[in-house]
Write a protein that binds this ligand. Structure first.
Ligand SMILES: [Zn+2]
Length: 342
């Protein structure tokens, strides 16, 4: 199927909310990792979300260009082409964009979609995240409102963040954030509902409940999923059941299944997975390098083995390893076998 239309994307999100499941949102940085995501979702019979960060986009554009916008456009176009070969829906998304990067990342990508729409083409990205969590809530929401207006005009869904996701990702270090900021309050959620809820435009909310980016030993992350239930209830009490948010779970890697499943009951419809898929991409590669070490480098006595140093020989294994982890992510989030394409 082609990348989901705005209408199909809304249907995906509603189906997930009503069916108490969520889509893995997989960070990709290259053609190979994008292919792994497509295959992983397809193998699981799940629709899914493929996303790029500013760092991922920059990497994808190559060392000689280092342009997050061009790299993200390049991978998005690749996904538009390849998604047609799969019987599932894929949505394209961009991850954390801090206020200072809006003019150099999200806004140029929206402009690209505006150009495409004017030419009768499909939107480039289905949704973008604005991460204004470093700002005071009122400033965060003011910028979110401005962006949601532009998104609405172009049938793009906006993801906003309220509260701070701990840990470190893509050069954004929140490891020293005071603990209380890692938990979104019902007042925060009500402020979002008040500012964005009346705009008649779909949006997603990354609310925080102790979740962190990166990798931690089991037991080191204390999740409090009830925070999400309380926030949603406060919103529903004041604005009605239909006002409940589409919630996004950041830092899903390494989380316990029981916590993940609990969040599905509270309206989480998207969970970002990056660290775990990075790890599973690298494992087969490490195995290849270690087991073939003597064949990878020319020596005085023998030439290296072309079959082993051809990058395809190990990148195929890496792609398969990552795809397998993504299919597992679909099962964990209960989106497997639920593609609305079928
Ligand atoms: Zn995140």
């Amino acid at each position: 199927m082609p990348v989901a239309s705005p209408e199909m994307y809304r249907k995906m999100l509603t189906a997930a909310r009503d069916g108490h499941y969520a889509y893995p949102a997989i960070n990709v940085t290259s053609v190979t990792t994008a292919n792994a995501a497509l295959k992983g979702f397809s193998d699981a019979g799940s629709d899914g979300i493929i996303q790029l960060s500013t760092g991922g986009g920059e990497f994808a554009s190559g060392l000689g260009v280092k342009d997050a916008v061009i790299g993200s456009i390049s991978i998005a176009k690749h996904v538009h082409l390849l998604a047609e070969r799969y019987n599932i829906y894929i949505a394209l998304h961009t991850d954390h964009c801090q206020p200072k990067k809006l003019d150099t990342y999200v806004r140029p990508l929206i402009a690209e979609t505006v150009r495409r729409r004017a030419a009768g083409k499909a939107n480039l990205f289905n949704s973008h995240m604005f991460d204004g969590s470093e700002l005071p809530t009122d400033e965060n929401l003011k910028l979110s409102v401005d962006l949601l207006k532009v998104c609405k005009e172009n049938e793009i869904i906006l993801e906003v963040e309220i509260g701070v996701v701990g840990g470190e990702e893509d050069g954004i270090d929140n490891t020293d954030t005071p603990a209380e900021k890692l938990y979104t309050t019902p007042e925060d959620m009500l402020a979002v509902a008040e500012q964005l809820g009346g705009m008649d435009a779909p949006f997603m909310v990354a609310a925080t409940f102790g979740n962190v980016h990166g990798i931690y030993k089991p037991g080191n992350v204390v999740l409090k999923p009830k925070i999400l239930a309380e926030g949603q209830q406060a919103v529903a009490d004041k604005y009605g059941d239909d006002a409940r948010f589409f919630l996004v779970f950041h830092g899903g890697s390494g989380s316990e299944l029981k916590d993940i499943h609990e969040t599905l009951n509270y309206g989480v419809i998207k969970m970002n997975i990056d660290t775990d898929t990075q790890y599973e991409f690298t494992q087969p590669l490490a195995e290849h390098i270690i087991s073939s070490q003597s064949e990878l480098t020319h020596t005085a006595d023998a030439m290296a083995n072309k079959k082993k140093f051809d990058p395809r020989s190990y990148l195929k294994k890496a792609e398969a390893g990552m795809a397998e982890r993504i299919a597992k992510g679909c099962k964990d989030l209960k989106s497997d076998g639920k593609s609305i394409f079928a």
